[in-house]
Design a protein around this ligand. Structure first.
Ligand code: NAD
Ligand code: ADE
Length: 409
């Protein structure tokens, strides 16, 4: 058994946490029972680069129950739950992850899980798949969990260096409609509250990006009593925000009035020096997008006259104009660093999609490139989730199906 984690003695605490997650992940647990009976992943080696959370542990054990051997690294240097990592090692999973990795340690852990023969890659953000492409590693297939990862892997495909099929799990409706929207909506605010404990009611919250993640955050911030301002670059998304009742303006204008700024774009340099210098004394900055490039931490570090770690996950920067701004979680994913990531109920669907995507990849030969999760799998996950909630829905009669496909009234 090889592994590198913070402390194996944390395993018992990790186990209690994982059992709590299992109780709230009925769809994935159902798939675990199927995997346990059929062993569809027998003899398969998986290299995974995921946030090491209690929900990820439920996924890893499900894959293991299906017969896989798993090598797991973190998909962010600060998101690992060390007790969960310890629990997984005790369960026989090769974990190379701890909270507080340096950049070098982070990439070296990815290299370790990738080295040796791996049949499936499971990625969140693209770092594992990009490394596999650069080294020239082949695999039976791969999966990708998030929007930014899908963008990066499509770029590998365009450049002709993606050697195997990758399923864009992010694009399944049972993933992004719930995880990106409701998961991040709640957990990003959870992270901001844990780091600051400020009152949201009455504050002006500026959300950059009105995509899936931004829309979820905007809805929840409004629900807590904030005035919400949206910044966008896409005219259709901006219009949607306007018609959903939000104020929309340029970041340079929003910078002057915002109390809390949350980036959710997947883009870089969304908040830079020119915006920061316009901000009010006490402005709070957080990022919910995959990489720590949305709020320019480089600019903050360059212009600040002093920097103090005020509380866990909260850093005060004093600016040359004497004002202070507060950065949460070093500009990294606020929900996973300052809180625990999405609630288990939502990861239930994302990770059911992941497990079924792996089984699908092993069940047929797909061409190299980015593939969508088949609609039937997506629909099955939704049905199972509804069933777990005690909800049944109507179904189409044959006559109705015919009607919906016909020009006749
Ligand atoms: P999306 O493509 O649906 O939305 C991104 C939006 O940002 C788009 O509407 C785009 O027009 C806008 N945008 C781009 N550049 C901008 C700029 N400079 N200023 C303002 N708006 C800009 O993507 P998404 O699914 O909402 O994901 C957004 C990011 O969040 C990605 O990095 C994704 O990987 C990440 N993500 C994080 C979590 C989490 O747990 N924190 C969960 C899911 C996704
Ligand atoms: N991404 C967002 N929330 C997560 C969670 N709880 N576990 C793993 N990945 C996540």
């Amino acid at each position: 058994m090889s592994y590198k984690i913070r402390d194996i003695s944390f395993a018992e605490r990790g186990e209690r946490s994982v059992k709590w997650a299992e109780m709230h992940m009925p769809v994935l647990m159902r798939i675990r029972r199927e995997f346990s009976a059929d062993k569809p992943l027998k003899g398969i080696k998986i290299a995974a680069c995921m946030h090491v959370t209690k929900e990820t542990a439920v996924l890893m054990e499900t894959l293991q129950e299906g017969g896989a051997e798993i090598w797991l690294s973190a998909s962010n240097p600060l998101s690992t739950q060390d007790d969960v990592a310890a629990y997984l090692v005790r369960k026989g999973i090769h974990v190379f992850a701890w909270r507080g990795e340096t950049e070098d340690e982070y990439y070296s852990a990815i290299k370790t899980v990738l080295s040796g023969h791996r049949d499936i890659t499971m990625d969140d953000g693209g770092d594992l798949t990009v490394m596999a492409a650069r080294i020239g590693i082949n695999a039976i297939g791969g999966t990708e969990e998030t929007t930014t990862g899908v963008i990066r892997i499509k770029a590998l495909e365009r450049e002709g260096i993606l050697r195997y099929p990758v399923i864009a799990v992010n694009n399944a409706e049972t993933k992004w409609e719930f995880d990106n929207v409701h998961g991040t909506g709640q957990s990003a605010l959870d992270g901001i509250l844990r780091a600051t404990n400020v009152l949201i009611a009455g504050k002006t919250v500026v959300v950059a990006g009105f995509g899936h993640v931004g829309r979820g955050i905007a809805m929840r911030a409004r629900g807590l009593g904030a005035r919400v301002v949206i910044t966008e670059v896409d005219p259709i998304r901006a219009l949607k925000a306007v018609m959903d009742g939000f104020s929309v303006m340029k970041m340079i204008e929003a910078a002057k009035i915002g109390d809390i700024f949350i980036t959710a774009t997947g883009n870089k340099d969304v908040i830079t020096e020119e915006h920061i210098m316009e901000m009010k004394d006490g402005a709070i900055l957080a990022n919910a997008g995959h990489f720590d490039v949305e709020v320019s931490v480089r600019d903050l570090e360059k212009i600040a006259t002093s920097k103090t770690d005020l509380r866990e996950n909260l850093t005060e920067y004093t600016l040359p104009n004497g004002k202070r701004v507060y950065l949460i979680a070093k500009g990294r994913l606020v929900n996973l660093v300052a809180a625990e990531g999405h609630p288990s109920e939502v990861m239930d669907m994302s990770f059911a999609d992941q497990a079924l995507a792996v089984r699908y990849l092993l069940s047929r030969k797909l061409d190299p490139g980015v593939h969508e999760l088949p609609r039937e799998i997506d629909a099955r996950v939704a049905y199972l989730k509804l069933e777990s909630m005690g909800i049944s829905i109507d179904s189409l009669s044959d006559e109705q199906k015919k009607y919906l496909e016909s020009w006749m009234i």
